[in-house]
Design a protein around this ligand. Structure first.
Ligand code: GLU
Length: 441
């Protein structure tokens, strides 16, 4: 029977969780769940300045938000220090390491790399990898202040945790050649490695915070759903091999396979992430959307009760059009407050033309004369007006929309007017016309 898969996520908490790191966690989690193995968490907290309790809390919170549940207890790397130092002593005793006084600062322990031959391994993503021993150098495993270095701690903890597969970003490939030699010197089996492709920007350079949001917390703040971020990041380096992009967690677990992982850099495409988020939001249960909707309105200082009631009908319009929660207050202010902001571009483009005030007044009069102010009646009336004028509906609907909402985008126009109600619609059309005549808009 094949050995049980044990993988681990081994972050060094810094207070913010980079999408590249959490992508590694997602791949580990998917592989563990796919194989029925275990997904372990090891907090590499040896940088005492940065790995504060708060940074660790942020990390755990991020994992929980994304549904990355881990098996067993968390291992904290600092708790293993005595073990790390004891093994360094053994490596010294066996001649795999030696002491050297570096720069008069005291003695460090240095690991001896082979001087000839090749170091090679089969990477589950990158294929066969090798490096000439003569191109490697001995490296420090215990600093002169007595603290174990990352390479030693990382390898030893993987041995202690019984890790079978090391899945991490390909910025660690160079380390892997060192680590393989450490495993061998210690006499432990070398795990399998899978190095995930670099996440890059549109220019093919490593994606960084200069390119836009790079931390999980920022995406959460902007109103990306955890389901979206999980799904999108899972596709940075992996694809199920068919046309599927939006998948449930169960579908991803079932389909996950290193054979379908790509070694070429994965481009982070914010537009695609945002599109995907819109799809997830559109399919959310109404109650979940409504809760987020209210929370965003409240934070923005908007009342949660719409001016004209019709809450569910408004949500029917807004939910399928929302790309991120952060857009909600800006997209909906017109429906909650009598004084709504006007987008300057929209005003210039749609309201500053010849004859607009008169047109808005004419439209107001036409809508006022309708026996019933329904979506269908409003639309039929404006269509008829466009035909009478021989200009079609376009030149009418755009100014109406900007006049009543201040914006160029939003729900279907006639649904919007119905949501506002006749009285408010007429008032907005006339007030906008008046302000345009006065030159105050
Ligand atoms: N703490 C290291 C990192 O976050 C661990 C790398 C690994 O997965 O081995 O880059």
């Amino acid at each position: 029977m094949a050995e049980k898969v044990r993988v681990r996520f081994a972050p060094s908490p810094t207070g913010k969780v980079h999408i590249g790191n959490i992508r590694a966690a997602i791949f580990n989690w998917l592989y563990a769940r796919h194989t029925g193995g275990e997904f372990l968490l090891r907090v590499e907290d040896t940088d005492l300045e940065r790995s504060t309790p708060e940074a660790i809390r942020t990390l755990l919170d991020c994992m929980q938000w994304l549904g990355l549940d881990y098996d067993g207890e968390v291992m904290y790397q600092t708790s293993q220090r005595a073990h790390h130092l004891a093994v360094a002593e053994e490596l010294l005793a066996k001649g795999y390491a030696y002491k050297e006084n570096k720069g008069g600062q005291g003695e460090c322990v240095i690991f001896r790399m082979p001087k000839e031959g090749v170091i090679e391994y089969d990477d589950l993503v990158k294929g066969h990898m090798k490096k000439q021993a003569k191109d490697t150098q001995d490296f420090v495993i215990v600093r002169s202040d007595g603290s174990p270095v990352f390479h030693l701690a990382n390898v030893l903890d993987d041995i202690t945790q019984g890790v079978t597969h090391i899945i991490r970003g390909d910025d660690h490939v160079e380390n892997t050649f060192k680590h393989i030699m450490l495993f061998k010197a210690i006499g432990a089996p070398v795990p399998q490695y899978a190095h995930l492709p670099m996440i890059v920007n549109a220019a093919g350079k490593p994606y960084s915070k200069r390119d836009g949001s790079a931390f999980v917390g920022e995406f959460r703040e902007q109103g990306y759903l955890p389901e979206t971020l999980f799904n999108y990041l899972a596709l940075l380096g992996w694809a199920p091999g068919d046309d599927r992009e939006i998948m449930t967690r169960e579908e991803m677990v079932a389909a996950f396979d290193f054979a379908k992982c790509k070694a070429s850099p994965a481009r982070f495409d914010l537009k695609k992430l945002t599109w995907m988020n819109g799809e997830y939001i559109a399919h959310q249960p109404r109650a979940a959307f409504e809760q987020a909707f209210d929370a965003r309105l409240q934070t923005a200082g908007l009342p949660v009760e719409p001016l004209n009631g019709h809450r569910q009908e408004l949500l029917d319009q807004i939910q399928p059009r929302t790309k991120t929660y952060a857009d909600i207050p800006g997209n909906c202010a017109w429906f909650f407050e009598e004084v709504y902001p006007f987008d300057a571009k929209a005003v210039t483009k749609r309201l500053h033309g010849e004859g607009i005030p008169a047109l808005l007044e004419e439209i107001a009069a036409a809508l006022e004369a309708l026996p019933d102010f329904t979506v269908e009646a409003g639309e039929a009336r404006i269509r008829a007006m466009g035909e009478e004028k021989g200009c079609g509906m376009g030149p009418l609907v755009h100014p109406i929309r900007v006049a009543v909402s201040g914006r160029m985008e939003g729900p279907g126009l006639f649904e919007m007017l119905w949501l506002l109600g006749r009285e408010r619609t007429l008032r907005r059309l006339r007030e906008t016309a008046a302000r345009l005549r006065e030159g105050t808009l």
